[in-house]
Design a protein around this ligand. Structure first.
Ligand code: XIL
Length: 382
């Protein structure tokens, strides 16, 4: 069950008695964790502030049993009530060959979450990236569909009842677009599309529903809140529904930049949330990060963009990031009836896939940045 000996600062924040505060400190000391618990590390708790509105998540993997430091574990258990595996459940890492599975890292993640009463969200079943070519080797449509079904049944089935929802199809729509593509689904020419045809998405959703009758089933993508790609997402989602795909939720990834959180962008996001709601779908913000410098965006590659050392952010940059996060969370809170989760893509700036651009709310030393306080304040104001 949930470990109630959480970080000292959180215990004191929620106003527990001095006695239990001391008991917590003693327990931490006994566990040898005291030195690794800087009072300012975790700050106020986001998951507590947004309890009753939506879940607050992070993305990570247990690549090794000792993957995380004590300070990181404190952040995970005090700040977040949902976790998405950043890589370990993707087709390539978990199912590299038809008869070979890597269960150790995903099992470790699910076990950790069970022990700490954290909701697990699965990511991702069908994607053009991080998917080994064996799925398509010499495959007819029937063979590819059989491999897809086997993959989904084995993975979703293993964690049935332990994973609350899955990103069933990831990033099926092309980037960019124009007035012409906006009237179409503008599907990416991914191997699944080429081998199976445009119904590959419907099939994936049906297989996921067979494997777990209760899980939330997501279509997940980036940039679908704006422009022609948003219009294409509406076309696609309408079709999925009309063809009987058991989709419940749209995942707006939310790989943005501080500079991009303009009033126009906020309007786009709000309209997208309302449009998805009108299709009777829930919305999750699944991969939130706001790069402080350079471009944001969900595109993969780019020559390791964002990797490597970042210059320490100035006070102005930290404030600008806090303000941008606050605006987004105020919008999410306004739409809490349809938003069921907001997940950050990574734990801290050092571990982020955009590490060189400092996009998260915990810095490289696991200290809370001003954004954390700003996000919590939004919830307090209601
Ligand atoms: C990224 C991971 O963060 C990286 O570690 C990995 O090298 C590439 O994938 N959209 C998604 C995520 O749906 O799976 C991607 O995660 C980021 C973009």
């Amino acid at each position: 069950m949930h470990d109630t000996t959480g970080p000292l600062e959180r215990q004191s924040l929620v106003g527990v008695s001095r006695r239990s505060f001391l008991a917590t400190a003693t327990a931490a000391l006994a566990a040898g964790r005291f030195a690794a618990l800087p009072v300012e590390a975790a700050g106020p708790s986001m998951k507590d502030a947004y309890r009753g509105a939506f879940l607050i998540g992070t993305a990570l993997d247990f690549r090794r049993p000792d993957e995380f430091s004590a300070a990181e574990l404190d952040i995970i258990t005090s700040q977040f009530n949902t976790i998405t595996p950043e890589n370990s459940m993707k087709p390539g890492p978990v199912h590299p060959q038809e008869n070979s599975w890597n269960w150790t890292p995903p099992d470790a993640l699910v076990g950790f979450c069970e022990k700490n009463a954290i909701t697990v969200m699965g990511h991702t079943l069908v994607w053009h990236s991080q998917t080994n070519p064996w799925f398509f080797d010499g495959a007819t449509r029937e063979v590819a569909l059989q491999r897809m079904r086997d993959h989904i049944h084995a993975l979703v089935g293993r964690y049935k009842g332990k994973i609350a929802g899955w990103d069933v199809v990831n990033e099926a729509i092309n980037d960019g677009g124009d007035a012409t593509t906006a009237a179409t689904e503008n599907l990416r020419t991914a191997p699944w599309l080429k081998t199976v045809g445009p119904d590959y998405l419907v099939q994936a959703f049906k297989f996921a529903r067979e494997a777990d009758p209760a899980a939330a089933l997501h279509y997940n993508d980036y940039n679908i809140e704006s422009g022609p790609k948003h219009q294409s997402s509406l076309r696609l989602l309408e079709r999925l529904k009309s063809e009987g795909a058991p989709i419940t939720t749209v995942g707006i990834q939310g790989h943005w930049s501080v500079a991009r959180v303009t009033n126009e962008k906020l309007d786009d996001i709000e309209r997208a949330i309302e449009n998805y709601k009108a299709l009777k779908l829930k919305v999750a913000i699944t991969e939130l990060d706001l790069t402080m410098t350079g471009e944001g965006g969900g595109q993969l590659g780019g020559g390791g963009r964002g990797r490597g050392a970042a210059a320490p952010p100035s006070a102005e940059m930290l404030q600008a990031q806090a303000a941008a996060y606050a605006k987004l969370f105020a919008l999410f809170l306004k739409h809490k009836d349809v938003i069921d989760r907001v997940t950050f893509w990574g734990l801290n700036d050092a571990r982020s896939w955009r590490a060189g651009q400092n996009p998260l709310v915990f810095d490289r030393d696991n200290q809370a940045k001003p954004a954390l306080q700003a996000i919590v304040e939004v919830a307090k104001r209601g």
